[in-house]
Design a protein around this ligand. Structure first.
Ligand code: SF4
Length: 333
């Protein structure tokens, strides 16, 4: 995990809940779109420009209601599986990645495919393939049913076991305790993942670590920023969708880092006025699939309720950009 260096965490302390303290917002930086989401959304937009509507996208391109609804209005048809796509049509694979079986099924239906899988997810796929080739048991830490986990596990189903948190460690069975490696979903809680790894290592002392961190820079950076501000916050509002793993993790991280309350909202209209009663400091952040316009909506609503002062809490600067999939590269402005 990229270690974020605190850059601007000089938060003026005020006792949480102090009725005389000024009302203010602490705004996490970094927040919102990561490089993989930016690329995936632009992939669909460029595909629409180049090929015209309708185009098909397997699963939600990224886990955000606003993004999905906006693209649907522009002519994108979201499907669960490739067998819902007409023969020969264009389908985009989402940022979360797909298993080889999905590629095969698309090829059988003569579909034109554009793969918007985040390169950092592809990296975990490559690790799974490599360690399966070397006949390791691969313990994949992740959430059961999440699309990314299904895609990664599908690279080597006979070698991969899912470990869904520390409590699942006791059920793990391996063939050779000296040939075991752990990998992980990219959007987990950093702390909970290390707890799971510690438990796994108690059982398998020779457990091998991944060649590089699987939890991505964007996930860990957003958690670091939330941890920096949470102890000062009476309330943390995370903008993000319920099916967005990294957004849900931000709520958990805020609470475990000392925020008195934390809530996930898709839109400003979901902020319950009761949450603001007796509150002086509100932390605001957003998941990696959230466009900034949704954060602006929340900030406007808070300003209208007396929270006009906004103090940035910066723990990292992000500059990573991924190039578009090959088929669309010439189309990037
Ligand atoms: S959260 Fe991380 S792995 Fe997922 S799309 Fe963004 S950069 Fe890629």
């Amino acid at each position: 995990m990229s270690s974020a260096i605190p850059l601007n965490v000089g938060i003026v302390r005020s006792a949480a809940g102090d009725a005389d303290a000024p009302k203010r917002v602490l705004l996490a930086e970094p927040r919102g779109y990561c490089a993989g989401v930016d690329r995936a959304v632009e992939t669909v937009e460029k595909a629409l420009e180049k090929h015209g509507a309708p185009i098909y996208v397997r699963k939600e391109i990224v886990h955000n209601r606003h993004v999905v609804e906006t693209l649907r209005e522009r002519g994108v048809i979201f499907v669960d599986e490739t067998d819902e796509v007409p023969e020969g049509a264009l389908v985009v694979f989402s940022a979360h990645g797909v298993s080889p079986a999905v590629h095969e099924s698309a090829a059988q239906r003569n579909l034109h495919t554009i793969d918007a899988t985040c390169p950092l997810v592809t990296k975990v796929h490559q690790e799974a393939k490599r360690f399966a080739r070397d006949d390791f048991d691969i313990l994949l830490i992740g959430h059961e049913g999440h699309e990314e986990v299904e895609g990664t596990a599908g690279e080597a189903p006979e070698h991969v076991q899912l470990v869904d948190g520390p409590d699942a460690v006791d059920q793990v069975r391996v063939r050779d305790e000296n040939k075991v490696i752990w990998l992980s979903q990219t959007t987990l809680s950093v702390d909970e993942t290390m707890e799971t790894v510690d438990r796994l290592r108690q059982r398998f002392p020779n457990l091998q670590d991944p060649p590089s961190d699987d939890i991505c820079y964007a996930t860990s950076n957003r958690q670091t920023a939330v941890k920096a501000m949470a102890p000062e916050c009476d309330l943390v509002i995370v903008v993000g969708s319920r099916n967005s793993s990294n957004s849900v993790r931000l709520v958990e991280v805020a609470l475990s880092a000392g925020a008195r309350a934390a809530h996930l909202v898709d839109f400003a209209r979901e902020v319950d006025p009761a949450w603001l009663e007796g509150v002086r400091t509100i932390g605001v952040t957003s998941g990696a699939s959230v466009p900034e316009i949704l954060v602006e909506g929340v900030l406007e609503l808070l300003a209208a309720n007396g929270f006009g002062e906004v103090v940035p809490v910066t723990t990292a600067n992000e500059t990573l950009v991924f190039s578009l999939p090959r088929e669309l590269r010439a189309a990037r402005a």
